[in-house]
Design a protein around this ligand. Structure first.
Ligand code: F6P
Length: 345
């Protein structure tokens, strides 16, 4: 039996509670181990804020609940490095044998770093953006796509009634997975993703052509990190870089709208879905994926397979080395985006 520490870090995401439950049930029931839940991501380890997780009633009904019962936070990598001594002290004080951090890029990079520092770690990937390497899917993505799909279905009807262009901005700071999938699912006419800079003139041309041939509306789905092609007549608004060195460009839809109104002579409205995509109950797919990833991570810990991340390949649970998982973000392959063009335009 072991004492296992768990935490949820980074942005919240549907399925986090299912993953917490999966880890805890497996550790308690299969291995007779103890689970300690740290509060508010890495902050709980820095300040030793925690609770003992037990089975039975306390885990009952958390499966369908959104958010995370442990709380979450974004902790800057430098703050974490400066706090290594505090982290070690917390682990020792609580006699933690292994740590299971559940999170996206930032949390898993921190997990990899701690693993290199000699802490026994197994990660669990989560993000609605689906951009973690070394796993086919992350939980939260399916739910976010369903929410975006529902919203876009509704916007189609309003756009048609008013002869309008509707631009919907979905999440995806660095990758266009949500935009691509929700766009295909709803028959969007335009899909822009960060991986393939858009040409505003091409978009205006497409919109003009649709209205000229008698179509009554245009729906465009814009991943929030979409960027204009260089030299395409639209300037890239510089949003700086984030704490991992990725460039940030946000508000693409709002910047595109007036240009389209002017060039195509049609009414344009924008909708930013924002945090709606991250809240509320997870889809059945995400509940099952999160439960399985959690249980798989618990198993890996008991088998001493540290420095890894639970992952899904096809329908199978696997372990990917953390170093490989965080090497680079999983972007939408351009072939996949181009192949999807048959469905839009
Ligand atoms: O989970 C990643 C993400 O959804 C990004 O697509 C988005 O830009 C970001 O979270 C915003 O989250 P926050 O405001 O919580 O940092």
């Amino acid at each position: 039996a072991m004492r296992i520490g768990i935490l949820t870090g980074g942005g919240d995401c549907p399925g986090l509670n299912a993953a917490i439950r999966g880890i805890t049930r497996s550790a308690l029931d299969q291995y007779g181990s103890t689970v300690v839940g740290f509060h508010d991501g890495w902050r709980g380890l820095l300040t030793d804020s925690r609770r003992e997780m037990s089975g039975g009633q306390r885990l009952d009904r958390i499966l369908p609940r959104g958010g995370t019962i442990l709380g979450t936070a974004r902790v800057h990598p430098e703050r974490l490095r400066a706090g290594l001594g505090d982290i070690r002290a917390t682990l020792e004080r609580n006699r933690i044998d292994a740590l299971i951090p559940i999170g996206g890029e930032g949390t898993l990079k921190a997990a990899r770093w701690l693993s290199d520092e000699g802490v026994p770690v197994v990660g669990v990937p989560k993000t609605i953006d689906n951009d973690i390497g070394g796993t086919d899917y992350t939980f939260g993505f399916d739910t976010a796509v369903s929410i975006a799909t529902d919203a876009m279905d509704r916007l189609h009807t309003t756009a048609e009634s008013h002869r309008r262009v509707m631009l919907v901005e979905v999440m995806g700071r660095h990758t266009g997975w949500i935009a691509l999938r929700a766009g295909i699912a709803t028959g969007a006419h335009i899909i822009t993703i960060p991986e393939d800079p858009f040409d505003i003139d091409e978009i205006c041309g497409l919109i003009r052509a649709r209205f000229e041939r008698g179509d009554r509306h245009v729906i465009g789905v814009v991943a929030e990190g979409s960027v204009p092609r260089e030299g395409s007549g639209m300037a890239l608004r510089d949003g700086g870089v984030d704490e991992y060195g990725h460039e940030i460009f946000t508000g693409a839809a709002a910047q595109m709208a007036p240009l389209i109104e002017r060039a195509a002579g049609v009414e344009v409205r924008t909708t930013v879905l924002g945090y709606i995509q991250r809240g509320g109950t997870p889809s059945s797919y995400d509940r099952v994926l999160a439960s399985r990833l959690g249980a798989h991570a618990a198993r890996a810990v008991h088998e001493g397979r540290f420095g890894t991340m639970a992952a899904v390949r096809g329908t199978r649970m696997e372990l990917t080395p953390l170093a490989e998982a965080v090497r680079e973000l999983k972007t939408v392959p351009l072939e996949l985006y181009r192949e999807a063009r048959i469905f839009f335009g």
